[in-house]
Design a protein around this ligand. Structure first.
Ligand SMILES: C[S@@+](CC[C@H](N)C(=O)[O-])C[C@H]1O[C@@H](n2cnc3c(N)ncnc32)[C@H](O)[C@@H]1O
Length: 241
């Protein structure tokens, strides 16, 4: 991704070192004590919504996919602009049939689908604001979901969230540093951008994190089979591992 792309900052920090620290640190004490949303609750919802033939946008370390309960050999596509992330996840998830796609969710996705489920899990707060710009991510995913498909995920709410003192310090620091761009993200704004692209939206909040599931992608029609094989290049690099 170009350094001058507005989305660059939200994905640039995922080095090998951070990916090794992410599960014990971010999904451990930071989720529990900073955002007050223990990972167990996130995982329970993730497992509830995921279906075979899944697309994971911004998979990070692949922690949730690894514990998703999907059967070995299941087809899973992972999409991320960061090559460290794609490498880490494809190594970790060797037991699935993984297709990696190097792409930015804010641009039309170079994959055809249709997918039965898609996760945008702890990603929206990393995307460049305002909320109206983040809406493109939701619309791009809706466009590759099956009519019966579900988009689910979670996102850290900005200043309007129910945050404790330490969470507000983290929010400020991450927004100054660029890893997050979410000070103006609100629960109602999240609902709005989901409702633009989906007929039904469920939203709940745990601590400072909003969790969502959206069904009935608007304007999707049955898509023809893509001419390229799954995992072929289709505009930007993608590989099947
Ligand atoms: C906070 S991590 C979340 C990881 C994982 N989904 C989880 O729930 O633990 C954010 C992920 O979003 C990815 N990301 C950031 N900006 C993105 C963009 N514009 N398009 C797609 N993925 C992006 C990052 O590279 C990283 O993998």
């Amino acid at each position: 991704m170009d350094r001058d792309d507005p989305a660059y900052a939200g994905q640039k920090d995922y080095s090998r070192a951070l990916l090794n620290l992410y599960d014990p640190l971010v999904l451990g004490p930071i989720a529990r004590f900073v955002w007050q949303c223990p990972t167990g609750g996130l995982l329970e919802r993730y497992r509830r919504h995921i279906r075979p033939n899944h697309l994971d946008v911004g998979p990070g370390t692949g922690y949730f996919l690894d514990r998703s309960g999907l059967a070995d050999g299941s087809p899973v596509s992972v999409l991320d602009p960061n090559r460290n992330v794609l490498g880490h996840v494809s190594r970790r998830l060797r037991r699935f049939d993984v297709t990696t796609v190097e792409a930015d969710v804010l641009k039309p996705l170079p994959i055809a689908g249709p997918f039965e489920s898609a996760a945008l899990h702890l990603v929206i707060h990393c995307l460049p604001g305002p909320m109206s710009r983040k809406a493109a991510a939701v619309a791009n995913i809706a466009a590759v979901l099956a009519p019966s498909g579900v988009l689910f995920g979670a996102s850290v709410i900005g200043s309007s969230g129910r945050h404790n003192w330490i969470a507000r310090r983290f929010l400020g620091a991450f927004n100054r540093q660029g890893a997050f761009d979410n000070l103006a993200d609100s629960e109602s704004g999240l609902r709005e951008i989901l409702e633009v692209s989906f007929e039904r939206v469920e939203l709940e909040t745990i601590g400072g994190i909003a969790l969502f599931a959206a069904t009935g992608p608007r304007g999707t029609t049955p898509r023809p089979e893509p001419e390229t094989r799954r995992g072929d290049t289709m505009g930007t690099p993608a590989s099947r591992t």
